[in-house]
Design a protein around this ligand. Structure first.
Ligand SMILES: Nc1nc2c(ncn2[C@@H]2O[C@H](COP(=O)(O)OP(=O)(O)OP(=O)(O)O)[C@@H](O)[C@H]2O)c(=O)[nH]1
Ligand SMILES: [Mg+2]
Length: 369
């Protein structure tokens, strides 16, 4: 037997890698854990072994998909770099961490779009600690800042999701033009379908040209049926049809696209109200969730619009899109603090898989990773 060596890739999961190692041993491979190298019998070469492993255990690439935490870290890269850089700058000018250092931090936090109210609230807490000489160095400062941000996010995100009796669960998706409503609906359908649920999409944005076709493309992409009417039709009527179909078929979720509307367009707000009343008539308790889609890149402006929406549309949760394209991801904290609403998901790209469930700890860890 002629011995050869190759380097073993790091395992993706412990149990899976143990099973793979056992299988390789059974065909004559020996491993040196210290060096990560392995010896094998030429009659069962690595190419042959990889085919066998893929057949037995599935694709190696598939198993190495990044985790939600990794994807969140990636999405907030610009925000993190911006924050970290500026914190270091603020602190290196003033070695000791006192009130002056914290005054310099104010602009940093506002720059990351935490908003003035939230920034002042966080800094007041930190100033108390600085006065008592409880902040030794920059690492301690970051740790305390992280704690304060997590406390705000956890408070807003502890609101329980409404329990839904029976099916369908109806999710109304609302928001200003261009924030990412239709894209988010496609991504949500993908999430539910991957959980083995059946979904209907309802094309109740009959206002904007091509809105129905755009939703249909998402329907094809995710294998989801779209219930629609003609452009200019009555959104409440198409919602009625969708909910009747869903009730008859025992569909798990109905996700409803609505026209982008501004608070100034009073008639559009009235239309939303009519849709809510229609939904309740067919499915008691519907809509179970009204998600307001907000665009992270619009920052504090978006927050102002969101405030008005929240009052008028009975919003129960937020989806923050385009987190991948901004250095101002701190707006998540401002939204949570100022609207008191949970952030249910964040959008981190334009593809069907680019929607992450929002977890406060994961988010804060990603910001200071
Ligand atoms: N980078 C990035 N782009 C996104 C994300 N979500 C949506 N987009 C893009 O934002 C643009 C607008 O998205 P739409 O889904 O059409 O927005 P909408 O709210 O339905 O717009 P209207 O129907 O006009 O009100 C599209 O180009 C999307 O690809 C995201 O999370 N990240
Ligand atoms: Mg749309």
């Amino acid at each position: 037997m002629r011995a050869r060596t190759f380097r073993l890739q790091p395992p993706s999961t412990r149990h899976r890698s143990q099973a793979i190692l056992l299988t390789l041993r059974s065909v004559g491979y020996t491993f040196h854990t210290g060096s990560g190298r392995c010896r094998y019998n030429e009659s069962f070469t690595p190419a042959g072994a990889f085919i066998m492993i893929q057949t037995l255990f599935g694709s190696l690439e598939e198993q190495q998909k990044p985790s939600f935490l990794d994807r969140m870290k990636e999405a907030v890269t610009r925000t993190r770099e911006n924050l970290a850089e500026r914190i270091e700058e603020a602190v290196s000018f003033n070695k000791e961490i006192d009130r002056n250092t914290l005054d310099d931090l104010e602009a940093t936090l506002i720059g990351a779009d935490l908003g003035t109210t939230t920034t002042h609230e966080v800094l007041d807490k930190l100033r108390e600690k600085a006065d008592r000489k409880q902040i030794k160095d920059v690492e301690e400062l970051k740790r305390l800042l992280k704690e304060e941000l997590l406390a705000i996010l956890t408070a807003a995100n502890s609101r329980p999701v409404q329990k839904v009796d029976g099916t369908p669960e109806v999710i109304l998706v609302v928001g200003v033009n261009g924030t990412g409503k239709t894209t988010t609906i496609g991504k949500l359908a993908q999430v539910f379908r991957s959980q083995g649920k059946n979904v209907l999409m309802c094309a109740a944005d009959t206002f904007r040209a091509a809105a129905i076709e755009q939703l249909e493309i998402w329907g094809q992409r995710t294998g989801t049926e779209v219930i629609k009417t003609k452009a200019g039709g009555d959104p409440a009527a198409v919602l009625f049809d969708a909910l009747q179909a869903a009730t008859a078929r025992k569909t798990d979720y109905v996700v409803v696209d609505t026209a982008g509307r501004l608070h100034t367009k009073a008639n559009l707000m009235l239309e939303l109200d009519k849709m809510r009343r229609t939904a309740q008539r067919i499915v008691p308790g519907a809509p179970h969730e009204t998600l307001l889609v907000m665009d992270a890149t619009t920052g504090q402006n978006g927050l102002q619009q969101a405030r008005l929406f929240t009052e008028a549309a009975g919003v129960t949760g937020i989806v923050l899109t385009k987190l991948d394209g901004t250095a101002k991801g701190g707006v998540v904290v401002a939204i949570s603090r100022e609207l008191g609403l949970p952030v249910r998901y964040v959008g981190v790209g334009e593809k069907a898989g680019d929607l992450l469930p929002f977890d406060p700890k994961e988010f804060v860890d990603s910001l200071f990773a």
